[in-house]
Design a protein around this ligand. Structure first.
Ligand code: NAP
Ligand code: G4F
Length: 327
C-alpha cells in the first residue's frame, strides 16, 4: 500500500515540528514547505532532516505553492505557516494580512487548481474571539478580533469555510487556543518567562520585564494539539473544531509556577514594562473542548502545571549546555 503523503507549511515552526514527528509516527511521507532566507532556520526539525522532504515555497507566492503541490502530490495539506506573533501584527499589519489572511486563499486556490481531492487543515486561532462575547468560547461563539493578527485569522477561517462550501473541498479549521512547549518562540510570554527563570537561576540575568500579568489564557501542550489537527482530516466530513483544555490561568499564575519550580518568588524579579502592553488586549480566553472530545475523541495529556515545569526544565538544560560549551 502506498503511504499517505502530507505537506506542511510552517514545518520549521513550533507546531510544524511536532506535527511532522506525529505524522512520521503514523507512517506518512512528510513534505515541508520552507521559505527562502539567508540563514536556514531548521533548529526545530534538525532531528528529522533525513526523514522529511523539504520543498521551497512561500505563502506570499501562489506559483510556488502550485509548483510544490504539483511536484509532490500530497493527500493532505496542513497550513501552519503564518506571521503568528500578535504584537508584531500591530507594527506590520499589511505583511500580517498578506501572509496570515491572503496566504490561506493562495494555498486553497492552489489546491483547487492542482487537486481538489486534497484534504486541507487551516490553523485558526482563539485570537479570533478577542473581546469575548461568551465564556467559555465554542465553535458558535461570534468573533471579535482585537489585533491585525486576529483579523487576518478571521479572514483565513472564513475563506476556508468558503472554499469548502463553494468547491466542496475537504477543508477543516482548527480553532486552537494557546499551546506551548520547549520549542515555543522566545518572544511568546510562556517561553520568555521559562527562559528568563532559567537565566536568573543561573545568574545570567537579574530581572524579567513583562507586560500585562492579568491577562488569562487557556494554555495546553503543543504535542497534544497536533493530534487534533490530524484527527480532523481523518473524519468523513470536514468541519471546524475548538481545541483547548477548558482551563484558564493568568500570566501572573504562570510566573508564580515557573519561578516557584526553582524555589524563587516571581515578585523579586518581574518588572512591569509598558513596552510589552498592546494597543488592544485580549483579556480572557477559555475554550469549551466538548465537540473535539465527542467527535474526534481528542483529549489533552499534559496538565498546566506539568507544562510549566517541562518548559523550565528544558530551558535550564539548554542554558546549562550552552554554559558548558563556553567553558
Ligand atoms: P510559529 O512557530 O511562529 O511558526 C510559523 C511558521 O510559519 C514558521 O515555520 C515560519 O517560517 C512560517 N512562515 C511564516 N511566514 C511564511 C511565509 N510567508 N511562507 C511560508 N512560511 C512562512 O507558529 P506556531 O506556534 O507553530 O503556530 C502554527 C500556526 O498555528 C500559525 O498559523 C499560528 O498562527 C497558529 N496558531 C498557533 C497557536 C499557538 O498557540 N501556537 C494557537 C492558534 C493558532 P520561518 O521559520 O521561515 O519563520
Ligand atoms: O504569548 P503571547 O504573545 O500569545 P498570544 O498573544 O495569546 O498569541 C498566541 O496565541 C494565539 C492563540 O490564542 C495564537 F493564535 C498566536 O499565534 C500566538 O501563538 O501573549 C499572551 C498574553 C497576552 O495577553 C500578552 O499581552 O501574555 C501577555 N503578556 C504579558 N507580558 C506578554 C508579555 N506577551 C508577550 N509576548 N510578552 C510579554 O512580555
Amino acid at each position: 500500500m502506498t503511504k499517505p503523503r502530507a505537506l506542511i507549511t510552517g514545518i520549521t515552526g513550533q507546531d510544524g515540528s511536532y506535527l511532522a514527528e506525529f505524522l512520521l509516527s503514523q507512517g506518512y511521507e512528510v513534505v515541508g514547505l520552507v521559505r527562502r532566507s539567508s540563514m536556514v532556520s531548521f533548529e526545530r526539525i534538525a532531528h528529522l532532516q533525513d526523514k522529511v522532504t523539504i520543498v521551497s515555497g512561500d505563502l506570499l507566492d501562489e506559483a510556488s505553492l502550485i509548483e510544490a503541490l504539483g511536484q509532490h502530490r500530497p493527500t493532505e495539506v496542513y497550513n501552519l505557516a503564518a506571521q503568528s506573533f500578535v504584537q508584531t501584527s500591530f507594527g506590520q499589519p499589511v505583511l500580517t494580512g498578506e501572509t496570515t489572511a491572503l496566504g490561506v486563499t493562495r494555498l486553497l486556490d492552489a489546491i483547487r487548481i492542482v487537486d481538489p481531492a486534497i484534504r486541507f487543515y487551516q490553523a485558526s486561532s482563539s485570537e479570533m474571539f478577542g473581546k469575548v462575547r461568551e465564556v467559555p468560547q465554542c465553535e458558535t461563539t461570534p468573533f471579535h478580533p482585537r489585533s491585525p493578527y486576529g483579523v487576518a485569522k478571521v479572514y483565513g477561517h472564513w475563506i476556508t469555510v468558503n472554499y469548502r462550501e463553494s468547491y466542496n473541498l475537504h477543508a477543516s479549521s482548527g480553532i486552537l487556543f494557546n499551546h506551548e512547549s520547549p520549542r515555543r518562540g522566545l518572544e511568546f510570554v510562556t517561553r520568555k518567562i521559562t527562559h528568563g527563570v532559567a537565566s536568573i537561576y543561573l545568574g545570567r540575568q537579574d530581572t524579567l520585564r513583562l507586560g500585562n500579568l492579568d491577562s488569562m489564557r487557556d494554555w495546553g501542550f503543543a504535542g497534544d494539539y497536533v493530534k487534533a489537527m490530524w484527527l480532523m482530516l481523518q473524519q468523513d466530513e470536514p468541519d471546524d473544531y475548538v481545541v483547548c483544555t477548558g482551563e484558564t490561568h493568568s500570566v501572573r499564575e504562570f510566573c508564580e509556577l515557573a519561578f516557584g519550580h526553582l524555589n524563587m518568588n516571581y515578585k523579586d524579579y518581574v518588572q512591569i514594562d509598558k513596552a510589552f502592553f498592546r494597543p488592544a488586549e485580549v483579556d480572557l480566553l477559555v475554550g469549551d473542548p466538548k465537540k473535539a472530545k465527542k467527535i474526534l475523541d481528542w483529549h489533552t495529556e499534559v496538565s498546566f502545571a506539568d507544562l510549566v515545569s517541562m518548559m523550565v526544565d528544558a530551558d535550564l538544560e539548554l542554558l546549562q549546555g550552552k554554559l558548558k560549551g563556553l567553558s
